[in-house]
Design a protein around this ligand. Sequence first.
Ligand code: PSV
Ligand code: MN
Ligand code: MN
Length: 424
Amino acid sequence: MKITKDQIFDFNDKNKSSYENDFLNKKLQSQGKNMDEIIQKIIDFQVAIPSWALGAGGTRFGRFSFGGEPSSLEQKLEDIGLIHALTKTAGAVSLHIPWDIPEDIQAIKDIALDNGILFDAMNSNTFQDQPNAKESYKYGSLNSINQASREYAVEHNIEVVKIGEKLGSKSLTVWLADGASFPGQINFQKALYNTEDSLKTIYGNMPEDWKLFIEYKPYEPNFYSTTIQDWGTSFMLANACGDRAYTLVDLGHHLPNTNIEQIVATLMMKGKLGGFHFNDSKYGDDDLTVGAIKPYNLFLIFNELVYGMEQNKHNPYPAWMIDASHNIKDPLEDLIQSLEAILIAYAQALIVDRKALEIAQLENDTVTCQEILQDAYRTDVRGLLKAARVQSGAAIDPLKAYRSFNVRKELINERGTKVVATGL
Ligand code: PSV
Ligand code: MN
Ligand code: MN
């Protein structure tokens, strides 16, 4: 199925009455801000969709089919194309190897081009043993005490880079399940040493214009220790690798109540925030829809991201990706909801009165500081998103358009009720 420009145009024509930005425009002008520039920033914000977010939902306890799931990489790209046609915010895909090994590279590139999709970071997989694997990752991969497993994992990452090069990707994300489930199981220092050594080898084998993103996570699947447990460990490893190695922040990879916005600020100040995975959580790495649980927290994080993007020019523009799971929802609807939450938080951060905030901070006027942030957070910025969408050719209300175009029904008609097993 393909959504045409005419369909979107007709939909927008029927739904155009619903937004009004005059009041907000006056307010922004009084702060010396230009609303058109803010709208342009919203249009420019593109978030990669991971290929594993499009299949049947659920958890390791069970997966539930909803019908019309993509059963090939081609179909996954088509699904992202649908989301991109509706939102104009999902112009990239993040692939996972070996879940997504492209058989015909040119054909895959053609489909991506046709749908306006770029290839963002490649993800390697050294947390599962594949059928016919020569070595096992049962006791670790890049950190393994077993040299053969380590080398096998390094080789896999180099292979992923090679596939990514053919597709036009420019970065590799490494997330490791490596750690220990019981005290005494591994030697912490040897595990960290081996991880650093392996990452340096991978980094040394990447093309000069590639970036390495090192993801951290405090626990799961190992429940006693994870070798790259926190941003500090990732930062240290990135520094050991070199200039083009960065830390990747995944919102779900923190212990409860961690001050993620402060981590963002620290990394950006040091020019080391490379990648960002969006999701939301109540307890741990729940991978819930972005903004579903803690939208104010998301805003505070975006507040630091916007500040960093404006102030820390030595920090590269971060690679944004959604890393959430839809569980019982239609994945395309869930991704549209996530994109909406991301853009709302971003727009709210863009309208923060930074000059007034700086003055209030200089005066130690804590009350005014809080008022300024909450004023932005409590502003309804959905009109800005609608204006951005009209300008970029997206649907003014992507979720409503998705339903009114009967996308899921069409996909079920085309593809039947297949279930895709890949995914987390
Ligand atoms: C596992 O926690 C995880 O969700 C990480 O966040 C990675 O980014 C993703 O899997 C893909 O490997
Ligand atoms: Mn992640
Ligand atoms: Mn995760």
